[in-house]
Design a protein around this ligand. Structure first.
Ligand code: FRU
Length: 539
């Protein structure tokens, strides 16, 4: 078995080799989806960053093209970092990206346009000579000034973009305005900022509709809308978001009270997922989010041996959930075209300590959907008030899958070796807290690999799931298993967790999939549908 290939993904986006990070400027243009991404053309660690470019008709199968943007001019000689695309009203796409201008990492914002609009793949991009578009003024930290968003237009006819920055430890989304897309002026106030969060890398700002799966163009104006501000906290390495109101008169975003800004707030994904970015897809009237999932076998040696590092998560459709308090994310429906062998079962009861194997599909490459139900909440364990100060991840480390419980732990055991030397469980555990129930969802990589490597990152990723169980005693789980990826969606996409794992035994046909219950309350699998997955076309 080649070390190079065993953990490569077969339906998560990857280039043939080398390092990748942030997805950049995703867009749909004249029938084609474009994905650009941060790429090191020379090796499998971060560095020499250029914009690689791939195109697709369905967001699942990809054609790799030549790099679109790479350092060549004074205004980007030391790096072409992250950015976004905007499709102007005359149907012309433009990219704004960050150029690094010197070896101190000083940053400016530049633009690029397609050389030939009649090339359906938009292979070549030009960086006009009037770059840079935006240079930092004296109030701005020049090494923390990057990752421009898609532009939106206000009622006053001015374009607006956000740029990530920080002052002392205050993270912020700087706001710039322009009439002609060329001359940009900084607004007096950032759109939003928050203390002690560090730089807000890769900000993303977009409207979401109440009570609808439909997505909106970022310039949409109308009723029944809330806004989402997402940022990537460099220090935490997670993507956080809030939901709130965009007060267009004062050009400020004000989050609702409920989600907290920063470290303890809502996350796009509670696992290995960073620098995400959305785009509006007019062909299917939806908003789609992409995010980067880094390797967890963190020794540079591992990456050099493998010759590759980093993948993009499965594109997810995002929408506001009914309560208006959080997002729902769900793999785009095109993913289902890769489903092949299917197994299904209904109404199977799992009493305490039971575990059974789902057979008949390739368990190293699978899409599994399961709906659990139970008849009572009485067995839920007490939530220890001290845990309230911990992150869900720490609670999962205390209450792992083998620690017997009341209502849970129950869920899937993915990428398991026959005798469970290796496994990555994804499971729920319900606690009774003072006023309500707390549902913990874990994706626990601690036993995922037998490989001896102290530097391997094997966290017990976890998040809480906001479901009213008194209303309906059911919990759903979907996991996308792809060799070194377990990407899971709890309760229809309320809580998402991506883990990267490196099994040595549970590979290819030797990987197994189980369903388990380790709580005293009997759990019913109302339905389980599992499919083996074909490889997508990635070249
Ligand atoms: C986020 C990030 C961005 C930057 C890019 C450089 O992962 O650090 O802030 O533009 O990566 O590759």
């Amino acid at each position: 078995i080649s070390v190079k290939n065993v953990h490569r993904t077969r339906f998560h986006f990857q280039p043939p080799k080398h390092w990748i990070n942030d997805p950049n400027a995703p867009m749909y243009y004249n029938g084609v989806y474009h994905l650009f991404y941060q790429y090191n053309p020379k090796g499998s660690v971060w560095g020499n960053i250029i914009w690689a470019h791939s195109v697709s008709k369905d967001l699942i199968n990809w054609i790799h093209l030549e790099p679109a943007i790479y350092p060549s001019k004074k205004f980007d000689k030391y790096g072409t970092w992250s950015g976004s695309s905007t499709i102007l009203p005359n149907n012309k796409p433009v990219i704004i990206y960050t150029g690094v201008v010197d070896s101190y990492n000083n940053q400016v914002q530049n633009y690029a346009i397609p050389a030939n609009l009649s090339d359906p793949f938009l292979r070549k991009w030009i960086k006009p000579n009037n770059n840079p578009l935006i240079v930092p003024d004296n109030s701005i930290n020049r090494t923390e000034f990057r990752d421009p968003t898609t532009a939106w237009m206000g009622q006053d006819g001015l374009w607006r973009i956000l740029i990530a920055s920080m002052r002392k430890h205050r993270g912020m989304a700087l706001l710039y305005r322009s009439r002609d897309f060329m001359k940009w002026i900084k607004a007096q106030h950032p759109l939003h900022s928050s203390t002690n969060t560090g730089n807000w890398e890769c900000p993303d700002f977009f409207p979401v509709l109440f009570n609808s799966t439909n997505g909106l163009d970022v310039s949409y104006r109308g009723k029944n809308v809330k806004y989402v501000l997402k940022n990537s906290l460099d220090v935490a390495r997670f993507d956080y978001y809030t939901i709130g109101m965009y007060h267009t008169k004062i050009d400020r975003y004000i989050p609702n009270n409920n989600p907290i800004d920063g470290w303890k707030g809502l996350r796009i994904d509670y696992g290995n997922f960073y620098a995400s970015k959305t785009f509006y897809d007019p062909s299917r009237n939806r908003r789609v989010i992409w995010g980067w999932s880094n390797e967890s076998d963190v020794l540079p040696d591992d990456e050099i041996k493998k010759g590759w590092a980093g993948i993009q998560g499965i594109p997810r459709q995002v929408r506001l959930n009914l309560s208006g308090k959080q997002l729902l994310q769900w793999p785009i429906e095109e993913l289902e075209t890769l489903r092949k062998q299917k197994v299904q079962l209904n109404n199977k009861r799992l009493s305490k300590g039971e575990m059974f194997e789902v057979k008949g599909i390739s368990a190293s490459q699978a899409d599994v959907e399961v709906l659990f139900s139970f008849s009572s909440l009485n067995e839920a364990e007490q939530f220890d008030p001290r845990w309230a100060d911990l992150y869900a991840q720490d609670v999962c480390a205390i209450k792992g899958p083998t620690i017997q419980g009341g209502l849970g732990p129950f869920g899937l055991v993915t990428l398991a070796s026959k005798n469970l030397e290796e496994y990555t469980p994804v499971f729920f555990r319900v606690f009774k807290a003072q006023k309500s129930y707390k549902i913990l969802m874990c994706s626990d990589a601690r036993r995922s690999s037998m490989r001896q490597n102290e530097a391997m990152y094997k966290p017990s990723f976890a998040g809480y799931v906001d479901v009213d169980l008194e209303d309906m005693k059911k919990l759903s789980l979907r996991s996308l298993i792809d060799n070194s990826v377990v990407e899971s969606f709890g309760a229809g996409g309320k809580t998402c967790i991506t883990s990267r794992v490196y099994p040595t035994l549970a590979i290819y046909d030797n990987a197994h999939l189980f369903v388990f219950n380790n709580g005293s309350e009997t759990i019913t699998i109302e339905t389980l549908n599992a499919w083996g997955m074909d490889a997508c076309k990635m070249n």
